[in-house]
Design a protein around this ligand. Structure first.
Ligand SMILES: [Mg+2]
Length: 274
């Protein structure tokens, strides 16, 4: 990818887990990188599929890590699901939500009624990343999915990145279990790699696709999303993708960097007069 193409970029969509931090550890390159973006006049918005936390909890965690952002600089897969419901399913008001308290709160804040009772058929079923999953919750979701109600998963991630010695089954793995039980896959998955979050960001800030670039650590969500939307795809090797896997990827990311410091150096080169 030429520096010319990078010069056109006025806004970065930044993945979080594996890109700016891993678990509770902020990468040392992150804050200097965000300061550089300010200096170069390049905006940024965090894009995350992880809705085991709600909006307020994400903003609180970022603040604790030392990253100060406004609420409008964060887009969660939950926001993409809400936008999908509003655009494509305007009659839906009552949701059965299998997800964390923060996720459920975000749907309520968007005006939806979140219902759980065994005898209250919802208008649609939403599956998110529920870190307090129980058999009872699975049983109830499976019942409504089996009954043929509209069914959305917020995002397809099979596992959540972690800095610990553990494997964290995520929304995609929960949906695989439900698919085995009900023989139904979700009707729609609005989070990454669907280009919906990038499209809404560009619409919000009146940006053309070549003025925004997606920076992330995952080939099957971040990089695919950039491809589907038609903006530059920048892979950082600080998360789950190794240099070997990046080199073997098809299509290849436009830029591969070891970390955000390396990307910062490229952006500075592309914007020499700033
Ligand atoms: Mg990531």
């Amino acid at each position: 990818m030429t520096l010319e193409r990078l010069r056109a970029v006025r806004h970065l969509a930044l993945d979080m887990d594996g890109t700016i931090h891993l678990g509770e550890r902020l990468f040392p390159e992150t804050l200097p990188f965000l300061e550089l973006l300010d200096e170069l006049g390049i905006g940024f918005t965090f894009l995350t599929n992880n809705n085991s936390k709600g909006r307020e909890e994400h903003l609180h965690k970022l603040k604790k890590l030392g990253v100060r952002v406004g609420s409008n600089q964060l887009l969660i897969s939950t926001d993409a699901a809400i936008a999908h419901l509003q655009a494509s399913m305007p009659g839906v008001a009552r949701l059965h939500v299998l997800g964390s308290p923060g996720l459920r709160r975000d749907f309520r804040a968007a005006g939806y009624q979140v219902i759980d009772g065994p005898d209250e058929p919802p208008d649609a079923v939403i599956i998110g990343y529920d870190t307090a999953l129980t058999y009872e919750k699975l049983e109830r979701a499976a019942r409504w999915i089996s009954a043929g109600l509209p069914y959305l998963a917020t995002h397809p991630d099979r596992v959540c990145p972690t800095d610990g010695d553990t494997v964290l089954p995520d929304c995609g793995a929960i949906c695989a279990l439900l698919e085995a039980a009900t023989e139904r896959a979700p009707d729609a998955i609005p989070g990454k790699p669907s280009p919906a979050m990038l499209a809404s960001l560009c619409e919000r800030d009146s940006l053309a696709p070549d003025q925004v670039a997606m920076v992330g650590d995952r080939l099957y969500t971040d990089m695919r999303m950039a491809r589907e939307f038609g903006c530059p795809a920048i892979l950082t090797l600080t998360g789950e993708t190794t240099r070997e896997r990046a080199a073997a990827a098809s299509p290849r990311p436009d830029i591969v960097v070891a970390n955000l410091a390396e990307l910062g150096a490229l952006l500075r080169q592309a914007n020499p007069t700033k």
